[in-house]
Design a protein around this ligand. Structure first.
Ligand code: AMP
Ligand code: TRP
Length: 365
């Protein structure tokens, strides 16, 4: 009995952390401060429980092909993302870093989950809905939208099914903790619902309910041109974002041109002074201090220009070592490929064992 209790406590404490990122090439500052940097930190021993987590980080290439991709560009973007993740501090000794498509069980589990997931659950996903003609979407039902080919003609089944594949990614490793951006919380909630549905359908306790690790809103990096919207890869203006490989002079010029206001002095007021608040948040994240501490440290700075130069300098200091590492890794393709292969091997060992349990529970074995 005592042994059993001891065993349960250990399991309760153990953490399996899993996350995925789309192969969009070199990440921008928003991806870095909002996601990747968090992944790096989550590799460490938990300061409270002293437990060393098990980490799986993947480049979700199967998700990427839910939108049209050019094969050569996709291959190149995957490689760029892999080098950037390593340069940012994902440590292959501590984490399995791999390409999703190298672990076939992701697709296999997605299929099985497809066979139990109600279509209606997917129709509610806002990310899917946002890809459709929004103006008409409001007045008609989802079934009507699906029936109207003019609304969905550019959309593919894979995109509709995207969240089920994401649930499969998470459940395949019985992940307990999933760091994701705010935009992914609905998908994560769906993964929790699917886990529960699977367990009740097949009278099993195979899948734990994954918990999200959502970064605070201050970790949302806003566009340098329009601080009301997120910094994004899809913004046509390159000066709206800092790319991790931007040279120091480019960083300086982008920050200098960042939209702020005419108010003197530096204060933190995301509503009234969104541009300045964004720069404060960036400086805080880069220096690993709070926005309040930034404000205290710039109490005697009156000019926005001086403040901007401080932000640019801090960014350059943070990004130059990462850039050097990216450059080094780009010239060492063999090493990057070896890391991805080892990561896939580690992931496959667990995934293959778990998918067999799924097959058994479902009656396929
Ligand atoms: P995406 O490629 O846009 O899906 O982003 C990949 C990861 O970076 C996700 O976890 C996003 O939540 C995060 N991310 C993207 N843009 C930003 C941003 N501007 N600020 C903070 N996090 C972001
Ligand atoms: N959908 C996520 C995004 O766009 C990426 C992703 C795919 C993911 N599979 C995942 C995130 C599993 C966490 C866990 O950001």
């Amino acid at each position: 009995m005592m042994f059993k209790r001891a065993l349960t406590t250990t399991t309760a404490k153990s953490k399996t952390i899993l996350s995925g990122i789309q192969p969009t090439g070199i990440p921008h500052l928003g991806n870095y401060l909002g996601a990747v940097n968090n992944w790096v930190r989550l590799q460490d021993v938990d300061p409270v429980t002293q437990v060393k987590p098990v980490n799986y980080y993947m480049i979700v290439d199967l998700h990427a092909i839910t939108m049209p991709q050019r094969p050569d560009e996709l291959r190149a973007s995957k490689f760029d993302m892999a080098t950037a993740l390593l340069a940012c501090g994902i440590d292959p000794e501590q984490s399995a870093l791999f390409e999703q498509s190298r672990v076939r069980a992701h697709s296999e589990l997605a299929w099985i989950l497809n066979c139990i997931t109600p279509v209606g659950w997917l129709g509610r996903m806002t990310q899917w809905k946002s890809k459709m003609d929004v103006s008409r979407e409001k007045s008609i039902s989802h079934a009507q939208i699906l029936a109207d080919e003019s609304l969905t003609s550019g959309l593919r089944m894979g995109l509709f099914d995207y969240p089920v594949l994401m649930a499969a990614d998470i459940l395949l490793y019985k992940a307990t903790h999933v760091p994701v951006g705010e935009d992914q919380t609905q998908h994560l909630e769906l993964a929790r619902d699917i886990a529960k549905l699977f367990n009740t359908t097949f009278k099993t306790r195979l899948f734990p309910k994954p918990t999200g690790i959502i970064p605070p809103s201050t970790k949302r990096v806003m566009s340098l041109r329009d601080p009301q919207v997120k910094m994004s890869k899809s913004d046509p203006s390159d000066s709206s974002r800092i790319n991790l490989t931007d040279t120091p002079s480019v960083i300086q010029s982008k920050i200098r041109r960042a939209t702020t206001d005419g108010v003197r002095g530096i204060s933190y007021d995301p509503k009234e002074r969104p541009g300045v608040a964004n720069l404060v948040d960036i400086l805080a994240a880069v220096r690993d201090i709070s926005a309040d501490q930034v404000i205290q440290s710039v109490a005697d700075v009156q000019s926005t220009k001086v403040f901007k130069d401080m932000v640019a300098e801090a960014l350059i200091e943070k990004l130059v070592p990462i850039q050097k590492d990216i450059e080094r890794l780009r010239n060492d393709r063999g090493y990057v490929e070896q890391v991805l292969q080892a990561g896939a091997q580690k992931a496959n060992a667990v995934a293959n064992e778990n998918i067999e349990q799924v097959y058994k529970a479902v009656g396929l074995r």
